[in-house]
Design a protein around this ligand. Sequence first.
Ligand SMILES: Cc1ncc(COP(=O)(O)O)c(C=O)c1O
Length: 396
Amino acid sequence: MKRKIKLFEPSIGKDEENAIKRVLKSKFWASGAGTGKVLEFEKKFKKYVNSKNCIAVNSGTAALNLALSIYDIKNKEVILPSFTFVATANAVIMNGGKPVFVDINPYTLNVDTEKIENSITEKTKVLLPVHFGGLSCDLDKINSLSKKYNLKIIEDAAHAAGTNYKSKKIGSHGNAVCFSFHPIKNLAMPTGGLISINDKNHRKISESLCAKRWCGITNRKKTDYDIKQIGKFDAIHIFDVLEHVNDPISILKKSYSLLKRGGIIVVEVPNDFNPLQKLAQKALKKKEWWITFYSWSKTSGNIQHLNYFNFSSISDLLKRIGFKIIIKEATFPLEIFLLMGQDYIKNPKIGKKIHLERIQFEKNFEKRKEGQLKRKIYQKLAEIGIGRTAIIYAKK
Ligand SMILES: Cc1ncc(COP(=O)(O)O)c(C=O)c1O
């Protein structure tokens, strides 16, 4: 008989259940700000390990990625043990550094500290020991090497919440110490991580980490916020936004400034006043049904669009800001259904039916691996300004 051995079985009781229920019921889930539990946890953990600050993140992997981002390791070397979880080395590569593996001691499974010095070069910037299986590394030796060669210490303490090194908790030693609260870890959560900071610049570092864990936002007042901490983006996708906002130009300008040179913006807006829409309007003797703004006062709450675009207006706007248009693409010209007599305006039943038909039409291309043909058709439609929405790819 086969018996399954559970990889983990976290212990949860009524207290945990009630705490989760309180958070769920608060309906403030984003960024952990809602019931203040994340902040409370950070404070308690900081007191527990006795560090200068603690910043909670969503995993041990994120903790390593962010901790390494503090010390600009681009083209630098980071020394880590040859035996660890892949996230330790991935985080180095993600930050543009080179992982340099050092053998482990087979009795402790931790990095063999006697072998570290041989691997230190002019390019070494960080020592990244892992407290494997919760057994602490020889931090005295690691500390003395860090002082001798002026290296930062970032500890991977994914397995070591609660571990002591010489009567001090892991979390209180290195410049930054990264914990994981993955379900198989000794402090288990559905997922979670934390960076404990002891660096003398802990205030600045904490500020930067707080921004990085929240899309680079450093300062938020009501609906306004800034994004200072995050680097430049390769791509920005603005989908179903510009028609709803007061100032679409400022959003496009901000996107331009946030993109790397050569970065791509993809914008999708409803393609209003397009030739088929106008034809259908005449054929069905309708008012301009897509203009919802003016009917707002009558059907309160029904405000949908503030701005109306078509292929040429959105392209011109992007060009004025400095973008170079590379591809124009339409989506299915739904007005064809109107011209075929299927009046879906204000008729959800017909609306649903025609959407299913459109999906069916498109699925046929995907199923037969003719996605490129579909794109070509939609790009041709875009050339004559037809399509329910206008999609523009543009380059900085
Ligand atoms: C040594 C080590 N570092 C980092 C991690 C990554 O932690 P997480 O799974 O929370 O991203 C793990 C997870 O197993 C780990 O074992």
